[in-house]
Ligand binder design. Structure first.
Ligand code: NCD
Ligand code: ZN
Ligand code: ZN
Length: 353
């Protein structure tokens, strides 16, 4: 049976939520990934050092880990876990933070996530006016301290054009702050792919679903709430452009699942919440997809190596062995319906070392 091994997979954009949902989903990510960039769009959003450290601790506990400190060594031995099994890379919700504040949090954060106000789940407190001068102190300080800016890039225009319309804002940011590392999160369009080669400081994450589906799969037949997310899946030519850079291991492109769990009642309702839940199936589906295109050898770059170079990180060792063996996706994980629920996919997780 065909197998494929991935070293230190990284999910560069994930929603782990909080409370009961965190307990339900955290281990699904920490099981197969060495690290994941954790989004700060909680209610209220993560905006202070105290909130961030407390959230990190809740994540570690939910993953069955503990904050890595010498005094916990015995704890790790007792429960047979290593503190290096999984690292949550913590982010703050963007605000025009002062230099003093950034100085204080620098060691604890991986990046700062910018949301345009009201454009996606729990983003009400985001940026409503992209005024470069108002943002200058914060963004220049971030550049100097090498804090990446992660961006949900959509305007409030017509839903199919929102990402393409946001390109001028990416250009504004990239050209005004050439030393700032800017990550275009969960890109869905050819327009965004084309931006990658235009500015040296622009990078991107791509989800599983945007490599596989178009708007037709969401709304072309019976409406599929579990495939509805922001930004919405676009046209076939957009999917082709995304596939092209992912399959060919474009060095500025990283895997970010944007796995965004919502309880079943919030998805299958009048007023469907945006978000596709892919954490438990992402690597298997990516293996199947890359294999189908004869590009399995490039998957390692997409799911780990590119992110390691872009962010300058060196994750703890983890090896995930996948096998070309059918896996029937569970109907639900707790209260959450995953992508491909009840369907059979071609690859399975065989072992995690
Ligand atoms: C995300 C969520 O549910 O938090 N939803 C989504 O559709 N992608 C928010 C986000 O990443 O924009
Ligand atoms: Zn987003
Ligand atoms: Zn997201």
């Amino acid at each position: 049976m065909k197998t494929h091994s991935l070293l230190m997979p990284l999910d560069m954009h994930v929603h782990l939520r909080d409370g009961e949902m965190l307990q339900n989903v955290a281990k699904l990510t920490s099981y197969t990934f060495s690290g994941a960039v954790v989004m700060p769009n909680l209610v209220p959003p993560v905006k202070t050092k105290e909130q961030l450290l407390a959230y990190k601790e809740r994540i570690m506990l939910a993953c069955g880990l503990e904050i890595k400190e010498d005094e916990f060594d015995e704890f790790f031995d007792d429960v047979g876990l290593s503190g290096g099994d999984f690292e949550p890379f913590m982010t703050l919700f963007y605000d025009n933070y002062s230099e003093d504040f950034l100085d204080e949090v620098r060691e604890d954060i991986f990046g700062i996530k910018l949301y345009p106000a009201g454009i996606t789940t729990n983003s009400e407190g985001g940026v409503s006016d992209f005024d470069v001068e108002a943002m200058r102190e914060t963004l220049e300080t971030m550049a100097r301290m090498d804090i990446p800016l992660l961006v949900h890039g959509e305007t409030d225009g017509f839903v199919m054009d929102r990402e393409a319309e946001f390109m001028s804002i990416y250009e504004l940011l990239a050209s005004n702050f050439p030393d700032l590392k800017i990550v275009m999160e969960h890109i869905t369009t050819k327009a965004a792919v084309e931006m990658l080669d235009k500015y040296p400081n622009l990078y991107a994450t791509i989800t599983v679903q945007h490599l596989l589906i178009t708007l037709d799969d969401v709304a072309g037949g019976m409406l599929q709430p579990h495939l509805f997310c922001k930004p919405i899946a676009k046209r076939p030519e957009d999917r082709e452009a995304l596939l092209n850079v992912a399959l060919n291991a474009h060095p500025k492109v990283m895997f970010g699942s944007d796995s965004a769990p919502h309880p079943q009642h919030a998805k299958e309702s009048c007023g469907c919440a945006a978000g596709v839940f892919t954490a438990p199936i992402a690597l298997q589906v990516l293996c199947e997809l890359f294999d189908k295109h004869g590009k399995l050898d490039n998957l390692q770059s997409f799911v780990s190596d590119n992110a390691q170079s872009i962010y300058g990180i060196c994750p703890e060792f983890k090896e995930v062995i996948l096998e070309e063996r059918p896996f029937t996706v569970p109907a639900k994980y707790g209260e959450v319906v995953p992508m491909y629920a009840g369907e059979t996919i071609g690859w399975s997780i065989e072992d995690v070392l």
